[in-house]
Design a binder for this molecule. Structure first.
Ligand code: SF4
Length: 210
């Protein structure tokens, strides 16, 4: 595959445990990963990267620790909500989610305050290993420019499209999502740089659609 040849395996998502991956998914909302990583490092330094330890923290103290991630009060509230949900329903064990029907698990995650589809799906795919495609802005931009979805297709239009057109394989979704982010950052930016892009062949001489 052209993307794999160009960028190599991405080995996403960075995180030593499923809980750390989920924490990262919340902390990287509306900020660059580097800021989320600094907040995760602060949690790790204080030995707080377990559901029980985070749940035991007062919200204000958690907010202070994760300050590097930005909008830290909001993210502390969201992280506590996710952590309490995880403890109450699954005893803090991600492997217990493996047997739950995916639609019901996804709905339950989406009901946690502050968890939108992109965050919930990143947790489902990268922390739980379920076949849900994270149809973020990078993925949608590439698909739209290649005329596979409409130019204004929303998240919940692009995600089912991707899931319907790919084998239902979490490892494939994992790698492809990471590679689409890579091409989005390097070439498929606001102004596309098609000349050097590994997906240029797929345009078949046409201009990008948007
Ligand atoms: S070929 Fe152009 S439109 Fe397609 S992914 Fe690359 S930069 Fe984007």
């Amino acid at each position: 595959m052209a993307l794999l040849d160009r960028y190599g395996r991405q080995r996403w998502w960075p995180g030593r445990t499923p809980y750390e991956i989920s924490v990262g998914a919340v902390l990287t909302q509306h900020t660059a990963w580097v800021n989320a990583a600094r907040a995760i490092a602060a949690l790790r330094t204080r030995r707080l990267l377990t559901p029980k330890r985070v749940a035991a923290l007062p919200e204000g103290e958690l907010a202070r620790v994760i300050r590097p991630a930005g909008t830290y009060r909001l993210k502390a509230r969201r992280l506590l909500a996710l952590t309490r949900w995880l403890l109450e329903r699954y005893g803090g064990k991600f492997d217990r989610m493996g047997e739950v029907a995916l639609p019901s698990l996804r709905s339950s995650l989406l009901a946690i305050p502050g968890l939108g589809p992109e965050t919930a799906d990143a947790i489902l795919l990268y922390a739980v290993g379920r076949p849900v495609f994270v149809a973020d802005v990078y993925a949608r931009r590439v698909l739209a420019r290649h005329r596979l979805i409409g130019p204004q297709a929303a998240y919940e239009e692009a995600r089912p499209w991707l899931e319907a057109h790919l084998p239902s394989d979490p490892a494939l979704f994992n790698e492809l999502h990471a590679l689409l982010v890579a091409v989005g950052k390097s070439h498929c930016r606001t102004v596309p740089r098609c000349e050097e892009c590994p997906l240029r062949w797929d345009l078949r001489g046409r201009r990008p659609a948007t």
